[in-house]
Write a new protein. Structure first.
Length: 269
């Protein structure tokens, strides 16, 4: 049975697609079979990332690990029962087909609340939530006092994850391993950064997630997307000498992958 990884956060701009692409291609480089689904049927950032990669490989002839995006199968609405949702059945059909054939299924969710995203979260063995280093983004997880020092209560996204956990428990499935990744963190030590660190740590104990390091804010990620590349592809495309920023970004990827603690995966990047 495939291990299902869901990358979710209801706020856009947190770096979900960048994280998804790097996790997926890193696993592929390790020889693991992986299927990818993009649940953002409108924007399709991860889908476009993979399309860019396919075009780059075709145009340059460079051999890179490639993962084909899996589309949701069509379902005849006439086969649905009363009050049944067609998207539930489309996602279920895709998962049922993929689970026996691959090691991992990665689902990238949209930066908004949708029925597909809600169902996908209930399927997660591992849930990765990239979080920008900002109390605007933190508010999606929990409400704080004006100083940002006291947690007042969980917010909408945390409540959705809680509901997904309840559904899995009722179905007799193992608990979701929820990991919040502090993403796009500035390199300088600032008061806001320290407050965010304390707030995330407090909340992790309260609602039950692990905290892992993500990617710092770097120009390289904006440059990689149009060509569909990841940090691990740079040497393959002829970049012989990585600059300090690129080396640091690769180390961040290594630390993030280790922190995910995916089953039967030994990180050697």
């Amino acid at each position: 049975m495939a291990h299902i990884i869901v990358v979710g956060n209801e706020k856009g701009g947190a770096g979900k697609s960048t994280v998804s692409m790097h996790v997926a291609t890193t696993l592929a480089r390790m020889g693991r079979t992986i299927a990818v689904l993009d649940m953002d049927l409108r924007q399709r950032s991860l889908g476009r990332y993979l399309e860019n990669r396919k075009s780059f490989i075709a145009e340059t002839g460079v051999e890179l690990p490639f993962i084909e995006l899996t589309e949701l199968p069509e379902i005849e609405e006439s086969t649905l029962g009363p009050n049944e949702n067609v998207y539930d059945h489309r996602l279920s059909a895709a998962i049922s087909d993929l689970e026996p054939r691959v090691d991992f299924i990665l689902i990238d969710c949209p930066g908004s609340h949708t029925r597909l995203s809600q169902v996908a979260h209930s399927l997660a063995d591992t849930l990765i939530t990239p979080l920008n280093d900002s109390f605007v983004d933190f508010d999606l997880l929990a409400r704080t006092d004006q100083k940002g020092d006291k947690i007042l209560g969980p917010s909408v996204y945390s409540e959705m994850v809680w509901n997904a956990r309840q559904l899995r428990s009722q179905a007799g499935l193992k608990p979701i391993d929820w990991i919040v990744i502090r993403n796009r963190v500035g390199t300088q030590r600032m008061v806001n950064k320290e407050k965010m660190e304390r707030a995330v740590k407090m909340l992790s104990k309260r609602i039950g997630f692990r905290v892992a390091p993500g990617f710092s804010e770097r120009v390289i990620f904006r440059e990689l997307f149009p060509r569909g590349l990841t940090l691990l592809d740079l040497k393959d495309i002829g970049v012989k000498q990585l600059n300090i920023s690129n080396v640091a970004a690769r180390q961040e990827l290594r630390e993030m992958m280790k922190a995910l603690e995916l089953p039967d995966v030994e990180i050697d990047l």
